[in-house]
Design a protein around this ligand. Structure first.
Ligand SMILES: [Ca+2]
Length: 191
């Protein structure tokens, strides 16, 4: 999700900054803050570690420096405190999905779900357009009108609120799907 910030480069310090923005905006306490920070700052490492464990146990979908060199490279660069470009990230992401799409999807769903839980400030399992605007602002998306359109596209039944599975599912579709008219893609990719 880091590419939605629209910056050309991202480093671990940038992810830490985003975590701090969330902490201030929502006055986050632990464990919610730690979980969010873990996904933002270590999400890629978590994926790599799980992929390596799979490879070591001889299961399908394991990540190795042979089949996922770009994935490991991004991990190493981030851990050295270097910034990765959007292209490096996109290429590594493509490689990861080729080797083990399910691994990405599982972790990504947990990550987006942890964001949703923060946006859902009254804990009723749903968010409205204002909740989504407030949350995506923390991720650097300042285009409120675009987020309103995204929300309206996701809220197909026009109830004014979206449940967690629907929200998470739309982000998965955006990252992995092929539908250019997807609720999020049709807004974010419209330049
Ligand atoms: Ca709510």
């Amino acid at each position: 999700m880091n590419n939605i910030k629209g910056n050309a480069r991202m480093s671990k310090a940038d992810f830490e900054e985003i975590a701090d923005i969330f902490k201030r905006e929502y006055e986050l306490q632990d464990p919610q803050y730690s979980v969010l920070k873990k996904w933002l700052c270590e999400g890629w490492d978590i994926l790599v570690k799980e992929g390596q464990d799979l490879a070591n146990s001889g299961k399908n979908g394991g990540l190795t420096p042979d089949n996922a060199a770009l994935v490991f490279e991004v991990s190493e660069m981030l851990n050295r405190g270097e910034a990765i470009t959007e292209d490096q990230y996109a290429n590594a992401f493509e490689q990861l999905v080729e080797v083990n799409k399910d691994l990405f999807q599982k972790d990504f769903e947990m990550m987006v779900g942890s964001f949703f839980d923060i946006y859902d400030t009254d804990h009723d399992g749903k968010i409205n357009a204002d909740d989504m605007i407030r949350g995506l602002r923390c991720l650097g998306v300042q285009q409120d009108e675009a987020v309103k359109m995204m929300f309206a596209n996701i809220d197909t039944e026009k109830r004014g609120e979206i449940s967690k599975p629907v929200y998470v599912g739309e982000w998965v579709e955006f990252m992995l799907g092929t539908r250019k008219d997807g609720a999020i893609a049709s807004v974010l990719c419209r330049q």
